[in-house]
Design a protein around this ligand. Structure first.
Ligand SMILES: [Zn+2]
Length: 315
């Protein structure tokens, strides 16, 4: 299965009638909605852009999830590694950043999705130790059923699997920082981790944060809307006005941005839940919509009907 169909497979846990127009387009065209226009396996891949964040930390953005690189006296560490076909672009970007023989000592995966773990095999082969929550290894090691399309995501090769796994949390000491890698259960998936760089006051939230967009909640991978909201609340309790917040997708954010995200999650999910409890159908709620105030949040990977379907179908 190509990474494109894997990406679209994000929608597969849903019944077809629960899918919004963007999701149906994705299924029909097998195009990754989160990718820039023209970026597919047959066309030209996007460049990787590098942005200095704070101290040793840099943001690398290509086609999939955001990558944070720590570059310093201990060497190189990266959080997530985008799609497999983006590896050459990251290799070039990391050489620019860290020198000719720059290979990460560690790769941390925030969760199992292929737009965050696609480079694992390559970097592990170059000597990186891949670290992730236990569920990430379990899901990558086994076929992930996608019943709505009679498809599966095949297991990753052994060399791509995390070799260090953890349960609730993990501490990692690198480049004069103390990384606190914290697992939040049943959010975007059942294996999401948030990485706190405690000295640099920077946090990488993985897909527990889609900046200014409705989130993807992978219910078939153990994600839930209530757990997602709880995770965002927990992160907000740990950050302050100076914290640099890196979302899984989108540009760098502040605490105020994340508070706005929490407001959207709470207000829209309560709105939909109340209507469902009052006996309204998902179809009627979708038809009426969430209101103009939330319209811009549905212009990305997850459109408004799909977000409503997540709220309606979440355990
Ligand atoms: Zn994801």
């Amino acid at each position: 299965m190509s990474s494109l169909t894997t990406h679209c497979a994000h929608y597969l846990p849903l019944a077809p009638r629960a899918l919004g127009p963007a999701a149906l387009l994705c299924l029909a065209m097998a195009l990754p909605l989160a990718a820039p226009a023209g970026a597919d396996n047959h066309g030209e891949l996007p460049e990787v852009t590098t942005t200095a964040l704070t101290g040793t930390l840099h943001l690398l953005q290509g086609r999939g999830g955001n990558v944070v690189a720590s570059v310093g006296e201990d060497g190189l560490l990266i959080i997530d590694d985008d799609y497999q076909n983006m590896v050459p672009a990251y290799e070039a970007a990391l050489v620019d950043l860290a020198g000719a023989d720059a290979n990460p000592s560690f790769v941390l995966n925030t969760h199992w999705h292929s737009d965050h773990t696609g480079g694992n095999l390559f970097w592990a082969d170059r000597g990186a130790v891949v670290v992730a929550h236990t569920r990430v290894r379990e899901r990558m090691a086994t076929r992930q059923d996608m019943p709505a399309m009679n498809r599966v995501v095949e297991p990753s090769p052994k060399g791509a699997l995390p070799v260090v796994t953890f349960g609730d949390s993990l501490a990692l000491h690198f480049n004069n920082d103390d990384l606190d890698v914290q697992h939040y259960a049943a959010g975007h998936t059942d294996g999401d981790s948030v990485v706190y760089f405690t000295a640099e006051n920077l946090v990488h939230m993985g897909d527990l944060y889609f900046k200014d967009r409705f989130p993807f909640v992978d219910i078939a991978s153990g994600g839930t809307v209530s757990g997602y909201i709880a995770a965002v609340q927990a992160v907000l309790e740990r950050v302050d006005g100076s914290t640099v917040i890196v979302p899984g997708h989108g540009s760098v954010a502040s605490k105020a941005d994340l508070e706005r995200y929490l407001d959207m999650l709470q207000l829209t999910s309560t709105y939909v839940s109340d209507k469902l409890e009052a006996g309204e159908s998902v179809e009627a709620i979708t038809e009426a919509g969430l209101g103009e105030v939330w319209a811009s949040w549905g212009t990305g990977f997850i459109d408004e009907p799909t977000w409503i379907s997540f709220i309606a179908n979440s355990p």
